[in-house]
Design a protein around this ligand. Sequence first.
Ligand code: UD1
Length: 446
Amino acid sequence: MAAALTSSEPPLDSDRSFLRIRGGYPLSGELRVSGAKNSALVLMAACLLSRDSIRLRNVPALTDINGMADMLESLGGRVERHGDALELDGSGINCSAAPYELVNSLRASFFCIGPLLARMGMARVPLPGGCKIGSRPVEEHVKGLKALGAQVTIEHGVVTAAVPGPCRRLKGARIVLDCPSVGATETLMMAAALADGETVIENAALEPEVVDLADLLVAMGSRIRGAGTPIITIAGVDHLHGADYAVIPDRIEAGTFLLAAAITRSSLRVAPLIPAHLCAVLSKLEQAGCRLDHDDEGLTLSAERIIGVDLRTQPFPGFPTDLQAPFMSLLATAEGTSMVTEVIFENRLQHVAELQRMGASIRTQGNTAFVEGVARLSGAPVQGTDLRASAAMVLAGLAAEGTTDVYGLDYLDRGYANLEAKLNAVGAAISRCDPTLKAGASALAA
Ligand code: UD1
């Protein structure tokens, strides 16, 4: 991998640096949205399917992207970054065993199992395990690979999959997913792309990242129909060629930026974004009293009063679980009561306790939070407990009276490229402090 990309991820929570946010500043101007992290990660895995070079443009500069690059290189691939583009060369892929440390630190790298199996006829990938938001099972991936003809065993925490027979080629099949898992849909689309015959995935995930993957695979020579609907049909081909492809804008980052405007009762343009990717979020923002003015490339959100709304997370096109915590920060400052229900992940209300430290009035019952808006949040030291909870803390800090120190930056840096620089450019007052450095110490004193 090119030097600029080399960075082994520190173990989570090892980093005690924090963001110091002085709250209460109105924001104005424009926030630019980077390429979608969740798309870019899976598109990088898809490059394993071809011996030709793939150029991916609009790839965000994130530690998770570096982690996936490390994974591809550990398998024999080459990854180079040129600005916001990655050149991925899969000609040298010679290893079908993914290292534990990389899968452990980047869950999405488990999705390599599909393309590895399709390309090499075998794959050994450690189970990614759970994470703070839930248990994160992968049985749908495994069931689907078995349906495609792989023999799969799970022993000592490692999934070993092999295609029997002399040609080691997966065979097209009908697969009905028990739940519309994004990762399983993507894994199986990649596995089926080089299979012999046609694969039909029913109850497939509808997320825009699935469509982005299909579009890349088609650009590489795949024959795929129905991505973005519950039934995806993939006619396997003998080989896939190189491509030059731009990743879609990150709908979760875009949503976070719109919420930054709303929580500071400001007016901000957010671009580029694809409104259809954010339909449930935009509708909730409008219900909450925000004004949205669409233009060719993005939209401007203007907020004065925010009224409480109820929301429930759902698979796409419903309200995304990844924006539940950030939206709750907004609702903590709204007029009236809101009810927020998380149904995708079983442990994704941990930000409630942190918001309470900032003066939010929230009580939980099971997977539902009842949020009574308060006139003002007050700054406090808080811990982001996962990527999106960390973003929720930053949003709360922007609106709070006084100073908020947000810890858990390992998480934040995994999913938001240059977050504090972007927000400072529109009027926020955020500094990154590292207590172990002299400079950090002076920042702390300031
Ligand atoms: C992806 C996103 C993540 C997002 C999530 C839901 C990436 C890298 N991550 O994660 O940011 O929050 O979609 O939109 O793209 N499930 C099973 N069995 C399985 C697989 C999943 O029961 O084999 C369940 C999960 O426990 C969860 C639900 O399905 O309740 C959704 O999970 P899934 O769509 O698979 O999420 P990921 O692909 O891991």
